[in-house]
Structures are given as structure tokens and as C-alpha cells.
Design a protein around this ligand. Structure first.
Ligand code: ZN
Length: 190
């Protein structure tokens, strides 16, 4: 088995990455207490998921708390469920959704990510039950992976970046292949 799925990242002709000057990325997390089913620990689970990607990147990809939504690079919002018409273009149940809201071309085959919005549902897409802490951790790790430029899904169900129907079943930790992939994507950051 290959040690990463880096080759898939540019399968659409583009490699997406945040430019080095943007780090640490300023993260704004909206208050979720008005969402039915939201639990206070979800915020910490989300924060820890960002730090897991920092660790995976060998400390290269860093995050800081944004002072306001306006002055942020990554906006995280909570929702009861995703809107099936506008947020699930593939028609399959997703655990969350990430949107590249601002980006720019950065030379042949490269795109600089400039702003991302992550939408995290507190209920499972399949049966509508409130997610467990472990499932929430999966959703957060997976969506942050997209936010960092992993704009594809791994075909391997043991990777956190696999298609999400499977991701709830795996242990809520990044796989070795997830780690190798993000390290290769940002290997020019030294
Ligand atoms: Zn996904």
C-alpha cells in the first residue's frame, strides 16, 4: 500500500495550498449554543482537531484565535444538519462541509487558499442522531483536512480523509497516510 495519497491531490489539475505568509491561520469559531443538540465540549474537540493537524505537519501549519469573524482565515460554524440541496452536491450523506470562499491562482497548477468556511453539523447525516464525541472528532479532523487543501477523498477507508460514510467507523485519529500527505503538500515550507 502506498504511504500517502498525495498524487490524487492534483488529479483535477490544481494543487491547493495556503500561502506561507498566511500562517498562523486565524480561526474563528462561532458560538453553537443556540443549535439544538450542540454540546459545549464540541468546541474543544474542534480546537484539538486543528492542533492534531499542526502535529501532523511537524509544526508547520499553525493556528491562532481570530479576534473577529471579519479578520479570520477559517470560519467554523455549527449547524443542525447540512442542507441536502446546496451543501451535498454529490447527493450522499456527508458529515460536514468545507467551502473555499476566497482563493487565487499562484502559478501553473497552483492555487492559494485565502479563506475557508467549515460547516459542522451536530447530528449524523444518516439517522439524525446527535453525534458522539468520537464522531465529532472525525468530522472536525476530516473537514480541517479539506480546509488545508486536501480537496479529494482517499480511497482507503482507514484514512480520515476517506469518503465520510466510512470515516465515522474509523478511529478518530489521522492515519499515517493522512500525515504523509499533508507533509508532502507543504514540503516546500521550510
Ligand atoms: Zn470530505
Amino acid at each position: 500500500m502506498k504511504q500517502d495519497y498525495y498524487d490524487l491531490l492534483s488529479s483535477d489539475g490544481w494543487l491547493m495550498r495556503w500561502p506561507k505568509k498566511k500562517f498562523p491561520l486565524r480561526v474563528y469559531i462561532e458560538d453553537g449554543s443556540n443549535i439544538a443538540g450542540y454540546r459545549p465540549q464540541f468546541r474543544n474537540i474542534l480546537l484539538n482537531a486543528f492542533y492534531s493537524w499542526t502535529d501532523a505537519s511537524g509544526g508547520k501549519l499553525t493556528f491562532t484565535k481570530a479576534s473577529s469573524k471579519l479578520e479570520s482565515d477559517v470560519v467554523c460554524t455549527w449547524t443542525k444538519t447540512l442542507n441536502a440541496d446546496t451543501e451535498l452536491p454529490s447527493g450522499r450523506p456527508n458529515a460536514g462541509a468545507s467551502f473555499y470562499e476566497e482563493f487565487e491562482e499562484a502559478g501553473t497548477g497552483n492555487i492559494n487558499i485565502l479563506k475557508v468556511r467549515i460547516k459542522i453539523p451536530v447530528r449524523r447525516p444518516t439517522d439524525g442522531l446527535i453525534v458522539t464525541d468520537g464522531e465529532m472528532k472525525c468530522t472536525c479532523l476530516h473537514e480541517i483536512g479539506h480546509a488545508l487543501g486536501i480537496d479529494i477523498h482517499s480511497p482507503n477507508p482507514s484514512d480520515m480523509m476517506c469518503r465520510f460514510n466510512n470515516a465515522f467507523k474509523v478511529r478518530p485519529v489521522l492515519s499515517v497516510r493522512d500525515v504523509h500527505t499533508i507533509q508532502r503538500l507543504y514540503s516546500t515550507f521550510d
